[in-house]
Design a protein around this ligand. Structure first.
Ligand code: PMV
Length: 347
C-alpha cells in the first residue's frame, strides 16, 4: 500500500509498578519480571504527522512539546527510532512532525518516559496498520508494547490496562520479556478502581537516570537475591490480586518500594533518592493506617514522590487525611489524584 501523508493521535498513560523492574540485560530485556497498575489521568498525548520523503534512506522528524520546538527531547526520540528501525523499516521513508504534551505538570518529578514512549509506539503502529491493514488487533497491541519497551522499559506496561505484567514468569501465562501482557486472570473486586494519589515531594530533575540505575545492578552485591525476590513477590501478588487480600498487598507493595530504594543505597556509587518529606509521609501513612485500620499504603518510583494507593471505597477518608496531614510535605502543596486505567487510546 502506498501512503503519501497523514496523521494519527494517541494518548498513553503512565503506570505505577507494584513489583519493580530494576536491572536489565542487553536490548531492554528485564533482569526480573514486574507488574504495574496502568494509570488513568497522568498521560501523554501525541500527534504524529507523516509525509513521504524522497527515498534516500534518511529519516527525519520535528518535535513540538506543548506547541513549541523542544531540542532537548530530540536525542531520546532519535534513539527510539534507531532502535525500532529493524522492526519498522518503513519509517525510514517518512518525515515526521511529532506534537506532544502531558496532562501532568512538566518537571513534576513524574517520569513522562513511560507514557511518552507508549504514545509514540501507538502512533508508529497506526502507520504500520495503514500500510498493512491486515494486521490483527493482538499483533498491533503486542508489537506496540514491544516498540515502547525499546524506548523505555517500563513503557511497555503503559499500552494496555488495568494490570500489566512484563517479563517472563512461570505462573503468568503468555508473559514475555519482550512485551507487557494484561494480567491474565480476573482481579478481585477489592482492587477495582484502585486509587493512586501522587504526592509531589520533589519536582527537581532526577539525580540518577534510570539507565544509570539499571546499569548499577550489574555487579551489585545483592542482585541475584533481588531478582529471585521479585519472582517470588510476583507469585505472591498474583494470588493477592485474585483473592482480594488487601492486607498482604500492602506488605508486598511497600516492601518492593523500599527494596528498590535499598538497591540504590547499596550500589556503587550509591544514591539516596528519598527526601526527608518522603520519610515523613511514609511514617504518617503508617500511623494513620494503624489508627484507622484503613488499608492505605505507599509505593515509590526512582525518586522522592510518594504514590498513595488505596481502595475506591475509602477514597473520601483518605483524601481528607491527605489534605489534613500530607499536603504540607508536598512541594507547593501539589498532589495528583489518579486511579487504575485502561491504557492507550486513539482519537
Ligand atoms: O522504564 P525505565 O527504564 O525508566 O525504568 C523504570 C523503573 C522504575 O520506575 C523505577 C520501576 C518500574 O518498574 O517502573
Amino acid at each position: 500500500l502506498q501512503i503519501e501523508k497523514g496523521d494519527f493521535q494517541w494518548s498513553a498513560p503512565s503506570n505505577i509498578a507494584l513489583v519493580k523492574y530494576w536491572g536489565k540485560k542487553d536490548n531492554q530485556i528485564p533482569a526480573n519480571p514486574s507488574i504495574s497498575f496502568t494509570l488513568n489521568n497522568c498521560k501523554t498525548i501525541t500527534k504524529m504527522g507523516f509525509v513521504k520523503r524522497v527515498n534516500d534512506g534518511n529519516f527525519s522528524f520535528d518535535l513540538l512539546f506543548e506547541g513549541r520546538p523542544k531540542e532537548d527531547f530530540k536525542p531520546k526520540i532519535h534513539k527510539f527510532f534507531e532502535r525500532i528501525f529493524d522492526y519498522c523499516p518503513y519509517l525510514k521513508d517518512f518525515h515526521f512532525t511529532i506534537e506532544t504534551e502531558n496532562t501532568f505538570p512538566h518537571s513534576s518529578g513524574i517520569a513522562s518516559s513511560a507514557s511518552g514512549m507508549a504514545a509514540l509506539a501507538m502512533n508508529v503502529m497506526s502507520i504500520e496498520k495503514a500500510l498493512n491493514p491486515s494486521i490483527s488487533e493482538d499483533y498491533f497491541y503486542q508489537k506496540a508494547s514491544l516498540l515502547a519497551r525499546l524506548g523505555s522499559g517500563s513503557a511497555c506496561r503503559s499500552i494496555k490496562g488495568e494490570v500489566v505484567v512484563w517479563g517472563h514468569h512461570a505462573e503468568i501465562s503468555g508473559s514475555s520479556d519482550l512485551f507487557g501482557v494484561t494480567f491474565p486472570t480476573t482481579i478481585h473486586a477489592n482492587f477495582k478502581n484502585y486509587q493512586d494519589t501522587i504526592l509531589l515531594v520533589d519536582k527537581g530533575e532526577k539525580q540518577v537516570s534510570s539507565t544509570v540505575g539499571h546499569d548499577l545492578m550489574h555487579n551489585h552485591p545483592f542482585a541475584e537475591q533481588r531478582f529471585a525476590q521479585a519472582h517470588d513477590n510476583l507469585s505472591k501478588i498474583k494470588a493477592i490480586l485474585e483473592t482480594g487480600d488487601v492486607e498482604n498487598f500492602i506488605k508486598i507493595v511497600e516492601s518492593e518500594a523500599l527494596t528498590l530504594h535499598a538497591m540504590m543505597m547499596t550500589s556503587m556509587p550509591y544514591f539516596i533518592l528519598m527526601k526527608p518529606n518522603t520519610l515523613e509521609i511514609i511514617n504518617a501513612i503508617w500511623k494513620f493506617r494503624n489508627e484507622s485500620n484503613i488499608p492505605v499504603c505507599f509505593t515509590l518510583d526512582a525518586g522522592a514522590n510518594v504514590h498513595v494507593l488505596y481502595p475506591q471505597d475509602v477514597k473520601e477518608k483518605v483524601l481528607q487525611f491527605i489534605k489534613n496531614e500530607l499536603v504540607g510535605y508536598c512541594q507547593n502543596g501539589q498532589y495528583i489524584c489518579d486511579e487504575i486505567g485502561m491504557g492507550a487510546l486513539s482519537f
